[in-house]
Each structure stands twice: as structure tokens, then as C-alpha cells.
Design a protein around this ligand. Structure first.
Ligand SMILES: Cc1cc2nc3c(=O)[nH]c(=O)nc-3n(C[C@H](O)[C@H](O)[C@H](O)COP(=O)(O)OP(=O)(O)OC[C@H]3O[C@@H](n4cnc5c(N)ncnc54)[C@H](O)[C@@H]3O)c2cc1C
Length: 558
């Protein structure tokens, strides 16, 4: 069905992962009309639907846990850079969201009526609820989709790639998008807008991302005048699948096995090695992601890697029965790939997985641009320099609800509607251009991913970061001359071109912030500045001034 070229609602939510769906539900509960827009299918793009297992939450039944403990672990993992107000919000409101999801029938795993809780690295106790057998993300997404379906005030529009926020007198009043299946620009007027566009890990060659995790929200926010923080902190998931070949399964699928069974992480000589890097693992799963990433890469560099350049992960000491109890139907899928874990170890290596940085917000999820809010992985600050396993789904649900409520509050105070002129500039940008015959977006994206992986990956140096910045800026400079014009349905060249604009800008943010931070902390490791420097215990805020990127140091909020 053709989409009207002008849409309007009280609240626009951009992105329909866990954060966006919760924001839309909450804004509607507050009495607002809502447009929930996504470049993919509603509730099926992005990371939420792919999440596997852990949802960190301090449920205090029986005195087993308390949000204060969760908060202390979150701050400790964040290596001094967490924004305490939003980290506290995550931990304190987590239980209410998990219970609400429970009431909506998500199906958290239970034993004797109690929530089952898994232990995950960096948490001081078993704290992570889950839906069993790699099913947490699909169940969370399905539950939220079912809630959306019950609320007529929420209009769901898929295939809508938002390419710019609309501003009037410095206030966000909606957005302009490319309707991918129609090929035409669409304007969306809204009294308040929530960015829930997820993270950026697709910009790395080895990643756990879906195709639409390009960092769009960061670029949109930056261009609208909002600040970004902690952009240098990209989390690499240490045990991404490397070999043997695995078809139809997620590269981070080994995490749930490790939560349940531990498993032995071994170097190419079949020795345990984590203790050499200031931590321990001992066949359990206690080492944090940043240390494990560091240790695996360093072993491989020292010539002690597994054959494909990672580490071995072995469950060979486990029985078939133990493996089946931990993996259920996943064991059959492994068998279909010719993998028997009782007989062979598999190879793992770090892959880009999550972004701690993002749009700077306060505890109401408001950015510094009036009318603009953010939620979920799009937000920076809650997890500082390193995220604990399981905190990301919780933050998506918690921040989504708060953003929806705040956006609704803002929308209710508005009296005037927007005139069409605020969308004209972006509509014109989308419409103009001439396809360049030699425009090869796939090659450009591939090059960009290699630049990010090789020079802005888990280990960084001044020379590599400067090289990356030079290449990202050069790629960006090529883009205006190859811009395709809007008008064609399913114009992948134009969508790719928009992605390249985003990727080059967001890549520049990550590389520039990494270059400025001359120390190693959490997920940001500089080969030329090993070790944490107490003088660097501050955040870095990024903004645009006259089209140029500006980086300022910013005290961690008290
Ligand atoms: C494979 C995998 C497994 C994971 N497992 C876990 C886990 O077990 N526990 C945990 O806590 N975390 C896990 N994470 C992280 C967690 O899933 C994410 O951080 C979280 O789901 C992010 O939710 P979100 O709503 O912020 O973003 P997402 O769920 O990523 O949704 C963002 C949405 O925005 C849309 N979008 C993006 N740009 C635009 C645009 N320009 N216009 C319109 N729409 C746009 C996308 O299509 C997408 O639907 C995992 C991540 C991955 C990738």
C-alpha cells in the first residue's frame, strides 16, 4: 500500500527494537498518538530479536539480591565512567520491567515457580533471567509486538529509513525518511521524537550485528545538535564463533553454554591462559569481556593462537546429557553442522558486539535538543567503559519506557503543529542526485569495515587511528559526487549511500574519540598507552560545530 508523503503524531519513535517498542507502548499509555517507524520490519530488525540469553536484573525475592548490588557491579565494570543517574535507573527499574514482561507472558525460565537465574561474568551473583535455549530476544520481541498489536493509537510503519531529524528554532519536530519500498521521501511531524535506533557494530568486519545496525541514531542526533559521549568504547564479544563452519546459527551462541557449563578457554597449545592477563577463568565463566578479548588476541599475536587465529573453547569434559540439558535443541542444530562437543573443541575469537557510547541523555532520556529523546543502545553513559552481560536488554526496556513517558509529557505541552517547510531541505537532498555508473557501495562498505576492524578495533595505536581517520574522511568526501536520486522502489544504491554517510561520520566519531583518549580503559585499549590513567577518569563529549567534529572532556556526573 502506498504511504502518504506526510505523516503526523504526537510522538515519533524511530526504531522498533526493545527500546522503541517499549517507548511506543508507554507513550500510548500516556494518552499520545504514536508513529513507530523502522527501516526494517517492525520488531524484527536490530539486536533485540537476536539476543540470546541474559537479562540482568536484581530480583530481590528471598533476599537473594538487591538493585544496589547490581548497581555496584555495573559501576565497577564501567571503570569509573558510568553516569550514575542512568546506571541507577537501569538497576532500580529493571525489576519492574522484567515483571511487567512476565505479566505479558514472555516466559522467563522458572524452577519450582521461581525465576531461574544464570551467573554471568562481572556480576557478583547469579542475576540473569532468560528464556531458555537461545530464545530470550525472540521472546522479548514477540511479547512487545503482541502488546503493540493491542494498542490502536500506535501506527507501525516499517520500511522507513529515517535520514534526518526536522528542527524548528532548535527544537526537534519530527523527521524525514526514505520509504524504501515506495522510493519516495516521507515527512513525519511529531511533537516529540525518541531515537531508539540501536548500536553501530555493523561497521566492523567481524560483528554480531544485523544489517541495520549502522549507528544511524548517533549520526541523526549529532546532526540535530545533540551530544554523543564515550564513542570510543566498542565492546568486543570475546568468544564469537570462528571455526569450524557453522550454518544457520548465531556467532555469539557459545555464551549460553558458558553460562551453564563454564567450558575451558584454551590457547593453541591447549593451555588455560586467562590468568596471564590479570584475571582468572578456571573452567568457569568469570572473566569480563574486555579482559577476555585482550587475552585471546594477545595469545594469538604471541603465536599461541588456535589454527584460525583465535582460542579453543572446549566442552569435551562434559557428557552428552549435560550438553543436552544446557543446549536443548541447539545440540541437534550443532549435529546438523557436524559438530559434536564431546569430541571436539571449537575455535572462538572476538567480534564487535555492543556499543557503550551513544547519545547523551539525562535520567529522563532527554537529549540537549528540546523534543528529542533517546533510549536503548542508542544511549551512552549507563555502562561507561565496559558493559556487563545482560545489561543491554534491561536498559532497552527501562530506558524505552522512560523515554516514552518523557516524550509524551513533552508532546502534551505542545500547542502548535509543524509546517511543511521544516522537511523541505532533507526531502530535496533525498530527491536530488545522479547515479554514478561506477558507484560500488558494497566495496565502499567493505573497505570501511576493514578500516574500522584493523585500525579502530580492540587494539589501537596513534598511527592506526590517524590512518583510519584519513581514510574515513576521504571516503566521506567521495560521497556527494555519487549520490543516487530518490524515486525508485527498493533502491538499494540510495539506501547504501545513506548508510555510507552515516558510517563515515560515526566511524569518524569512534576513531577521533579513541585517538584523543591516550590511555587504556575497559573496551578501549591503546597499545601505545597501556594501562588506565587516573587523569583520564572523564567522559568525552562529541558535537558538531560548523560541520566539524568537536571533542570536549566532560566530568563524569556526580
Ligand atoms: C547477536 C546478539 C546477541 C545479544 N545477546 C544479548 C543478551 O543475551 N543479553 C543482553 O542484555 N544483550 C544482548 N545483546 C545486546 C542487546 O540485544 C541490544 O543492546 C539491545 O537489544 C538493543 O535494543 P535497542 O532497542 O536499543 O536496539 P535494536 O534492538 O538494535 O533496535 C534498533 C532498531 O532501530 C532500527 N533502525 C536503525 N536505524 C534506523 C533508521 N535510520 N530509521 C528507522 N529505523 C532504524 C533497526 O532496524 C532496529 O529495528 C545482543 C546483541 C546481539 C547483536
Amino acid at each position: 500500500m502506498a504511504l502518504p508523503q506526510c505523516l503526523a503524531a504526537d510522538v515519533l519513535v524511530i526504531g522498533s527494537g526493545g527500546a522503541g517498542m517499549y517507548a511506543a507502548i508507554e507513550a500510548a499509555r500516556q494518552g499520545c498518538s504514536v508513529i513507530l517507524a523502522d527501516r526494517s520490519l517492525i520488531g524484527r530488525g536490530g539486536a533485540t530479536v537476536m539476543a540470546q540469553m541474559t537479562v540482568a536484573v536484581a530480583l530481590d525475592e528471598g533476599g537473594l539480591d538487591h538493585p544496589e548490588h547490581h548497581y555496584a557491579d555495573t559501576l565497577s565494570a564501567g571503570r569509573g565512567l558510568c553516569d550514575p543517574a542512568i546506571a541507577r535507573l537501569l538497576c532500580e527499574e529493571g525489576p519492574a520491567r522484567i515483571r511487567e514482561m512476565d505479566g505479558w507472558g514472555v516466559g522467563w525460565a522458572r524452577e519450582n515457580g521461581e525465576f531461574k537465574r544464570a551467573f554471568a561474568p562481572g556480576h557478583d551473583r547469579a542475576r540473569c533471567v532468560y528464556v531458555d535455549f537461545l530464545n530470550t530476544g525472540p521472546a522479548v520481541s514477540k511479547t512487545l509486538r503482541a502488546q503493540l498489536n493491542r494498542i490502536p493509537e500506535i501506527r507501525r510503519v516499517g520500511d522507513l529509513l529515517v535520514s534526518a531529524l526536522a528542527l524548528r528554532d532548535g527544537e526537534c519536530v519530527g523527521a524525514t525518511a526514505l520509504h524504501l519500498s515506495g522510493g519516495q521521501p516521507v515527512s513525519i511531524a511529531a511533537d516529540a521524537t525518541v531515537l531508539a535506533t540501536g548500536g553501530l557494530t555493523r561497521m566492523y568486519r567481524r560483528n554480531s550485528a544485523s544489517a541495520n545496525m549502522m549507528g544511524d541514531g548517533y549520526a541523526l542526533a549529532l546532526a540535530a545538535g545533540a551530544e554523543l559521549i564515550d564513542m570510543e568504547f566498542v565492546q568486543f564479544f570475546p568468544i564469537g564463533h570462528l571455526a569450524p563452519r557453522l550454518v544457520g546459527m548465531d556467532p555469539i551462541m557459545w555464551d549460553p553454554f558458558r553460562y551453564k557449563l563454564g567450558g575451558r578457554l584454551l590457547n593453541g597449545r591447549r593451555e588455560e591462559f586467562i590468568h596471564r592477563y590479570g584475571s582468572k577463568d578456571d573452567g568457569r565463566y568469570v572473566v569480563t569481556r574486555d579482559v577476555a578479548t585482550y587475552a585471546i588476541i594477545k595469545e594469538a599475536e604471541a603465536g599461541r593462537g588456535s589454527p584460525h587465529g583465535g582460542a579453543w573453547l572446549s566442552f569435551e569434559h562434559c557428557s552428552q546429557a549435560e550438553l543436552r540439558a544446557a543446549g536443548g535443541p541447539v545440540i541437534d542444530r550443532l549435529a546438523a553442522n557436524g559438530i559434536d562437543l564431546t569430541k571436539q573443541a571449537i575455535e572462538v575469537a572476538p567480534i564487535a558486539h555492543y556499543h557503550m557510547g551513544g547519545v547523551r541523555v539525562d535520567a529522563t532520556m532527554a537529549t540537549r535538543v528540546p523534543g528529542l529523546y533517546a533510549a536503548g543502545e542508542a544511549v551512552g553513559g549507563a555502562n561507561g567503559a565496559n558493559r556487563l552481560s545482560g545489561n543491554a536488554i534491561t536498559e532497552a526496556l527501562v530506558f524505552g519506557r522512560v523515554a516514552g513517558k518523557s516524550a509524551a509529557g513533552h508532546a502534551r505541552r505542545k500547542v502548535s503543529k509543524v509546517d511543511a517547510s521544516v522537511f523541505a531541505k532533507e526531502e530535496h537532498r533525498l530527491a536530488e542526485g545522479r547515479a554514478a555508473p561506477d558507484f560500488n557501495p558494497a566495496a565502499m562498505v567493505e573497505e570501511l569495515q576493514s578500516v574500522m576492524q584493523d585500525d579502530v578495533g580492540p587494539f589501537r595505536t596513534q598511527a592506526g587511528l590517524e590512518r583510519a581517520l584519513g581514510r574515513l574522511r576521504a571516503l566521506r568526501a567521495e560521497l556527494p559526487s555519487v549520490k543516487p536520486a530518490a524515486g525508485e522502489a527498493y533502491d538499494t544504491a540510495l539506501a547504501d549511500w545513506l548508510d555510507l554517510c552515516t558510517l563515515t561520520r560515526v566511524g569518524e566519531c569512534v576513531a577521533a574519540a579513541a585517538l584523543a583518549r591516550s590511555e587504556s580503559r575497559g573496551a578501549h585499549q591503546r597499545e601505545d598507552f597501556p594501562g588506565m590513567d587516573p587523569q583520564w577518569a572523564f567522559n568525552q563529549a562529541l558535537s558538531l560545530a560548523g560541520g566539524e567534529l568537536r571533542i570536549e572532556s566532560s566530568a563524569v556526573p556526580a
